[in-house]
Design a protein around this ligand. Structure first.
Ligand code: CTP
Length: 398
């Protein structure tokens, strides 16, 4: 299943902020995802970036004036508004937000927004004091009330040198918001899907733990793909270095026991559980309260106890349960045993010894194994595409 952005007409409104340089990256990412991007630059934006930047990235006309004789907007000033599947304003200045909130339409962007019925994402970018100003707060609240999706702003260092809330969120997050809005009526809408990701950490003492090489990428890709098909997604994530995906509820946990509790809570109302996490099978019998010092002895034996099997312990007849089997030998045989012992609807097996699949990489080569013994060997794909293949099979079980 392609990303919901593919083949969509997206109007990218760029307004006058130094964060304009990030809009060029966003335009490029949208085009790479298969969108037709119509860029609108306000007069202030053109002080920071040029028409040519966006023309080169999108291979399409860039709109700057309602009255340009070369533009079809001079004949039909709402043409962009009518054709858009989605409008993204990134960066959105306090001034443009104020104009939109007050129904002003004095340029291409504000006219297009006033005349459209398409969903709209606003990614504010301004100085922290401008964002915190009651006037901006009131304008943002008005837009939220009218159904606009306000993405960000993030906290951090601002162009003024101040630290605070006002940085435009990253293009990756805006892409997430776009996928979510364009996919919201997808084939999983109305379903709640719980996904686990990453390798749990089992504490030895306050500075050491036992963990594994799972990066969390497969679980995050499943969560994003489910979101992009309209599902309500709860991600239970062990420590990892991945960015929090927009539009997904994330519970951060550390140990297998924490993960078990979080998953049990989330599964009460869920339709499917996809266990992509690499759960530690063992944990230290006791966690030391202070750091173990090395000068006490030349040897150290740790006594380990078995962790509970999380997915095996979740029993609900209405829940579809999908497991993962990370194997280094006897892939199919071992996976079949796991389907039975964990009462799974199917299992996704991957050979972790292959360089292009498994831990840390963005691709995966999996075999899907069903309880009746049927096996489906899928080709090497991106983890996002593997995620959709898994979700196709989850959906057919609903
Ligand atoms: N799993 C779980 N709880 C555990 C261990 C594993 O829920 N304590 C889940 C994993 O998230 C995965 C599936 O069970 O979906 C299979 O995990 P895997 O590590 O391949 O198998 P194990 O049951 O741990 O068996 P072994 O390590 O001996 O292969």
């Amino acid at each position: 299943m392609p990303s919901p952005i593919q083949n969509k007409r997206i109007v990218l409104g760029v307004t006058g902020s130094i964060a304009c340089y990030k809009a060029a990256d966003l335009a490029s990412k949208l085009v790479q995802s298969g969108a037709l991007v119509d860029t609108v630059l306000t007069e202030a934006a053109r002080e920071f970036v040029s028409e040519l930047t966006f023309k080169s990235l999108t291979h399409r006309e860039v709109h700057t004036s309602l009255y340009s004789p070369n533009s079809n907007l001079s004949i039909n000033h709402v043409a962009l508004a009518e054709s858009a599947d989605l409008i993204i304003v990134a960066p959105a200045t306090a001034n443009t937000i104020a104009k939109i909130a007050n129904g002003i339409s004095d340029d291409v962007l504000t006219t297009t927004i006033l005349a459209t019925t398409a969903p709209i994402i606003i990614a504010p970018a301004m100085d922290a004091n401008m964002f915190d100003n009651p006037a901006t707060e009131a304008n943002v609240t008005t837009l939220i009330g009218r159904g606009f999706f306000i993405a960000g702003p993030a906290e951090g260092r601002l162009a003024s040198g101040l630290m605070g809330k006002g940085r435009m969120i990253e293009p990756f997050d805006i892409m997430g918001a776009a996928s979510m809005l364009l996919g919201k009526d997808g084939d999983l809408s109305g379903k709640k899907i719980v996904v686990s990701a990453g390798g749990t950490e089992e504490a030895i003492d306050p500075v050491r733990n036992i963990t594994n090489r799972s990066s969390g990428k497969m679980g995050y890709a499943i969560a994003e793909a489910a979101r992009d098909r309209g599902a309500m997604v709860s991600l239970v994530a062990a420590p990892n270095h991945l960015a929090k995906p927009i539009g997904i509820s994330v519970t951060n946990i550390q140990s297998a026991e924490d993960m078990k509790k979080a998953i049990e809570d989330e599964c009460l109302e869920a339709d499917a559980l996809i266990m992509a996490a690499a759960v530690a099978d063992w944990r230290p019998l006791e966690k030391l309260d202070s750091k173990a010092k090395k000068d006490k002895s030349d040897h150290w034996s740790l006594e380990l106890v078995k962790n509970p099997d999380i997915v095996a312990g979740i029993n609900s007849s209405k829940l579809i349960k999908v497991g993962f089997a990370a194997e280094s030998e006897n892939l199919v045989e071992n996976s079949k045993t796991k389907i039975e012992s964990k009462n799974l609807d199917f299992i996704v097996a991957n050979d972790i010894t292959a360089a292009d699949s498994g831990f840390s990489v963005d691709t995966n080569r999996v075999t899907i194994i069903h309880p009746d013994g049927t096996t489906e060997v899928l080709p090497l794909m991106s983890k996002y595409d593997v995620a959709h293949s898994i979700l196709d099979r989850v959906k057919s079980g609903f």
